[in-house]
Design a protein around this ligand. Structure first.
Ligand code: NAD
Length: 364
């Protein structure tokens, strides 16, 4: 791989390779852009097949965080970290604390948080070595589980999409199929059920389906057959890459709006495929930003009320993205990307102080 070409092409500012053989730590921290503020993004602990795969993942994910923060109107840049290896085999207190020291060495340019393979308890070890950590448990003065806030944002983005399509944002009687009844999916179901939506759901876990069916009257659909289910709105809340050349032609819905990260397998081609089929797509990184808004609010001294109030911005922002897409003759995904880039450019011209000073970073 031509490393510097790769960084230049994706626009990264800094990549830190962290090695501590004595505790088995191999980690990469990628800072994509700090124009708007410190680079914030979780640390993923994963048994990557190769070092190159880990590097590509951290570069891709950190760039995604820049766009998510920018479109959400936050004073944050984009960053991410990966720890290479199987967490079940190599995760120890010493390794996590050494990782925390590397985070600390960046002096606040990167703020870490929990991601796949890392628990809240693990973050307590990281916190012992650095104050640049968010997403801590409520008992530690943190913001706790962000999923209900994420679900609220997805719900609002969904309503905005329905408004764009039909002129009303009431989801009463609207058929919604949720893929993935995890922390976000279930919280979304709760909101939609309250509004009187007709709910269908699919999950690999039979117990999750049963719970949703009993508690909220959701109709279960098998994970293999959900494509055949006619619906108004499809809400992917499980894994990324679910919108691709194979699935898009089979979708029987008018709107896609869900929480899963990186829903489009190929951002450009698949956002066009959706548009060609007349399916309105609410960009994932815009409507699932509630979790990021939640940890951002933690940096200022957490209040759930404030995090939810901030998340309400997603409704207007989604409508703005649809309007920009229409005006510019591009897809909503492209429009959201461009609006994010435009915000970064505009703010960069008026910066007179360090982006790191835009937030009251933790002091101890
Ligand atoms: P989770 O692990 O709690 O739930 C995921 C659910 O999806 C599980 O119930 C799992 O059984 C189900 N699932 C997995 N593969 C499936 C498949 N092929 N078909 C049907 N169901 C399947 O995760 P979560 O925290 O609810 O997050 C859901 C998605 O939203 C993820 O893509 C995550 O990255 C994204 N997201 C979450 C947050 C957050 O605040 N939790 C924030 C932003 C984005």
């Amino acid at each position: 791989m031509r490393l510097f070409d790769e960084l230049a092409e994706r626009g990264h500012q800094q990549v830190l390779f962290c090695s501590e053989p004595s505790v088995g730590l191999k980690a990469i921290i990628a800072i994509h852009d700090t124009t708007l503020g410190p680079a914030l993004g979780g640390v993923r602990f994963w048994p990557y097949a190769s070092e190159e795969e880990a590097l590509i993942d951290v570069l891709r994910l950190s760039r995604g965080m820049t766009y998510k923060a920018a479109i959400s109107g936050l004073n944050l840049g984009g960053g991410k970290a990966v720890i290479l290896g199987d967490p079940l085999q190599i995760k120890t207190e010493a390794l996590l604390r050494r990782f925390g020291q590397f985070v600390d060495s960046l002096g606040g340019r990167y703020i870490t948080a929990e991601d796949m393979g890392v628990s809240v308890r693990d973050m307590e070890y990281v916190r012992m070595e650095t104050r640049y950590v968010t997403g801590l448990p409520e008992e530690m003065g943190g913001s706790g589980d962000p999923s209900p806030v994420t679900a609220y944002g997805v719900y609002l983005g969904m309503k905005a999409a329905w408004k764009k399509l039909t002129g009303t944002d009431s989801l009463h009687g609207v058929k919604v199929l949720i893929q993935g009844l995890g922390k976000v999916g279930m919280a979304l179901v709760e909101r939609l059920a309250k509004e009187g939506a007709l709910l269908y759901a699919t999950d690999l876990s039979a117990s999750q389906l049963e719970e949703a069916s009993k508690t909220y009257g959701v109709q279960p659909v098998s994970p293999e057959n959900w494509y055949n289910q006619p619906m108004d709105i499809f809400a992917p809340c499980a894994r990324g890459g679910i919108l691709n050349a194979e699935t898009i032609p089979r979708l029987r819905c008018a709107v896609v709006a869900g929480s899963a990260n990186n829903q489009l397998a190929d951002e450009e081609a698949d956002s066009r495929r959706l548009a060609e089929r007349g399916i309105l797509y609410a960009p994932d990184f815009l409507i699932n930003a509630g979790g990021l808004i939640n940890v951002y609010t933690e940096l200022e001294g957490y209040s759930r009320k404030r995090a939810l109030a901030r998340t309400e911005y997603i409704y207007e922002a989604t409508l703005q993205v649809f309007a920009a897409a229409e005006a510019r003759g591009i897809t909503p995904h492209e429009a959201a990307m461009r609006l994010a880039e435009e915000r970064i450019r505009a703010i960069s011209t008026l910066r007179t102080r360090s982006p790191l000073s835009v937030l009251p970073l933790p002091t101890s």
